[in-house]
Design a protein around this ligand. Sequence first.
Ligand code: UD1
Length: 420
Amino acid sequence: MDYLSITGPSRLEGDITISGAKNAALPLIAATLLSDAPCEIDNIPDVADIRTLMKLLGKLGSRFTFEDHTLVIDNEEITNTTATYDIVKTMRASILVLGPLLARFGRCEVSLPGGCAIGQRPIDLHLKALEQMGAVIDIKNGYVVATAPEGLSGARIIFDKVTVTGSENIIMAAALARGKSELINVAKEPEVVQLCEVLQEAGVKIEGVGSDELIIEGTDRTPLKFAPFSIIPDRIEAGTYLCAAAITYSTLTLHQVRPDHLDAVMAKLHEAGCRIEESGMSMTIYPAARLRAFEISTTEYPGFPTDLQAQFMALATQAEGVSIIEERLFENRFMHVSELQRLGASIHLKGHTATLNGPIQLLGADVMATDLRASSALVLAGLAASGVTNVHRIYHLDRGYEKLHEKLHSIGAKIERLKE
Ligand code: UD1
């Protein structure tokens, strides 16, 4: 197993190119199951979660090549509609094949994802919506067994909660359903918006894209034909590098970003005292004279993303005053707290709220990554800490950050990837 060894404190300088968004690529790759013709997708990040989804699609019968961030995939001859436990257990987002497989083939079996490190994470809303579209759903031997022999029918669906992959699954299902679907309280994340735009390009009529109410006219099982497209930039990766600059009092320029997807994140960095200049698809962050405490409450887009909560907690350890961070989406997404405390952070946790006192001079230590975003928070803390911080179990990082240590090394971090 590999680990990252960081010697801090670091000062960074230079330019970083942001990769394509993992959370946009996953549903869009799943969406190719709605097509029986070859599809070409560019700017796919080369990260473990993407490889996992491709392995799953390979088992279903997809034929594809993935080279230099471009995927060419042909799902004409899908021979199997079962997403097995061995794959789903390594990546919950495998559930994204449920909607498209059921919509195109009228049946599928997907292993139940179960809980994960950051919380319970049920899929009840995905299943309830598919039932409203006429699916019969059974849970057998740990699998969701879904059938719709006559195909899915359009329906009026009100999501009880905003769910990102839930919205994506039902949007994909509605695209091939018979008749009109009206989806209410849909997630508005940029990744959901890109899915809708790509489906529109493929001829699916969708009204309300970007809002929380969509009207989708299904094709009644006529497979889609996708034009080539490119994945949007990863706003979470960009936010992580903005934090890396802020926590090390450095100037950094990011390229291939969508600043308009980062409004809530930039607002918090301004609150902390940093200055950011935007220029088209680039942005430069300048250091604060002195980082100031801030308050965060995670919520759905366009609010502050839960996927940057841990990284901003690392940042709060260096901010002067009392920072308050409230996690509202996932009940257990504070696993990084005890690891940050090992570096010396002053964090008081009560319920869903962490209160931090800063600034604290962090001291390097051995720490363990517990989930994808918590891992990057530990790397950020390691950049600010003095001495050596070893971040173990970085397979979590590999799931979603492309070449993190190489990118950080290129801007001056003393960081090495080593074998245990
Ligand atoms: C997606 C993202 C993840 C991000 C999260 C929230 C992908 C692949 N993953 O995860 O990085 O952290 O959005 O922005 O895009 N819920 C239910 N029932 C359901 C579905 C969800 O109760 O059927 C709850 C969840 O437990 C959670 C909340 O709804 O409390 C939001 O979860 P959801 O948006 O579904 O997260 P994911 O789509 O799994």
